[in-house]
Ligand binder design. Structure first.
Ligand code: TXA
Ligand code: MG
Length: 371
């Protein structure tokens, strides 16, 4: 299939109009949102939605989010909204929040994977909103990656995964938030975060009072996540990744990187600007490491994480060592993605020692302390 590529800088109205025409005609188009790029099709047309699953290679038991451009557009999609659902819509829409509500009969089974609930989100990105309005339907859209790869946060990464598989790609530049929307189940007695994202747990608690986090998100393989998509190996770079967490994470990562260099290992290092500049001052020239920094602070980490994981795929290191952050605010979302990327190979860096928090088969030198 030929894939059209529209640069929105040139003639945005015409491009969005053309893309909307393709969606209304039952085709699949990739488009930017404030979180990550989505792969959109008419959410009420089962044949069109089937093309999304085919393009991504997505398992059929993983339901999709319906994207809308006005809050009222949710009404025909659900049998009813409770007070929590309404409060969340009023406070956080448009924005990076998806709510799970009881589904109505017009929502096709393929969208919900047969569940009796449907996930709905109203994105704030102007291109997404314009595309939904011009298409005249709710747009079903998962992230625009091939299943199992990190979600794309720029049009080049979308093109890498989707050229030849979809009718078109709208290039709206980089996504500002960089991790997927927060998914909240409003049908449980206490609203429950099924996937952490741009709207933080603290923001939800401030609005709703008590909020739960699906316990399966911690990576306990015995628990089954309530969002079907959270069970899959996701967000994963090709190389094995090991993650340092805890108060001494930055220091222990720095020491491990210096040891890796002394052994001439082709290691990928994922860290912030502070650690990167410290390492560059202390490593010999022509060293064997690939050091990628996200900048500084959690918003930078969220914005760049997926792009950096994809960069590591291109650099092809033998393994990656990452630096974790605390779970406050956006930290819950980024640590959820980083832990998955690391396959839950997690080391806890404490004062004076490093212990295994989860996983096995760690290279011995990662557990040592000092250079
Ligand atoms: O930010 C986002 O949410 C992006 C952009 C494109 O909007 N979309 C996205 O979609 O991340 P996707 O399909 O990659 O992830 C949707 C998640 C999956 O984990 C899925 O299992 C869950 O939402 N989900 C969808 N419908 C659900 C439902 N009825 N009940 C529970 N979880 C559901
Ligand atoms: Mg996804």
């Amino acid at each position: 299939m030929e894939t059209k590529f529209w640069e929105l800088k040139k003639n945005p109205e015409a491009a969005v109009g053309e893309a909307a025409g393709l969606i209304a005609a039952g085709e699949v188009v990739a488009f930017p949102t404030e979180t990550v790029y989505g792969l959109g099709a008419d959410g009420l047309n089962p044949e069109a939605v089937a093309k999304i699953f085919a393009a991504k290679g997505r398992p059929a038991d993983n339901p999709l989010i319906l994207h809308i451009a006005d809050p009222e557009q949710i009404l025909p999609l659900t049998t009813g909204l409770n007070a929590n659902a309404r409060a969340l819509m009023d406070t956080f829409w448009p924005g990076p929040l998806t709510i799970v509500v009881p589904r109505s009969a017009i929502v096709p089974d393929i969208v919900t994977a047969g569940l009796d609930t449907v996930a709905v989100r109203m994105p704030s990105h102007p291109v997404a909103a314009a595309l939904i309005r011009a298409s005249g339907c709710p747009i079903a859209a998962p992230s625009a990656n091939v299943s199992g790869k990190p979600s794309p946060t720029n049009a080049k990464d979308v093109a890498e995964d989707m050229t030849g598989k979809v009718a078109g790609i709208l290039d709206g530049g980089n996504c500002g938030i960089g991790v997927e929307s927060t998914v909240v189940d409003t049908t449980s007695p206490v609203p429950t975060i099924l996937r952490p994202g741009g709207i933080t747990r603290e923001m939800l608690e401030e609005r709703l009072g008590a909020v739960e986090v699906d316990p399966a998100l911690n990576g306990d393989p015995a628990l089954r996540p309530k969002a079907p998509g959270m069970k899959y190996r996701h967000y994963a770079p090709r190389a094995s990744m090991y993650l340092y967490e805890g108060t001494q994470a930055a220091r222990r990562l720095t020491e491990a990187a210096i040891r890796a260099q002394k052994q001439g290992l082709h290691a990928g290092i994922l860290c912030d600007d502070g650690v990167k500049s410290h390492l560059e001052e202390n490593l010999r020239r022509g060293h064997s490491l690939e050091i990628l920094s996200w900048g500084s602070g959690k918003p930078d980490l969220a914005e760049h994480l997926y792009e950096l994981l994809r960069d590591f795929d291109r650099l092809d290191p033998d393994f990656i060592i990452g630096m974790g952050v605390d779970e406050k605010g956006l930290g819950l979302a980024v640590m959820n993605r980083m832990r998955k990327a690391a396959g839950y190979h997690i080391l806890l860096a404490e004062e004076g020692k490093t212990v295994v928090r989860s996983g096995s088969g760690f290279p011995e030198f990662l557990l040592a302390t000092g250079e």
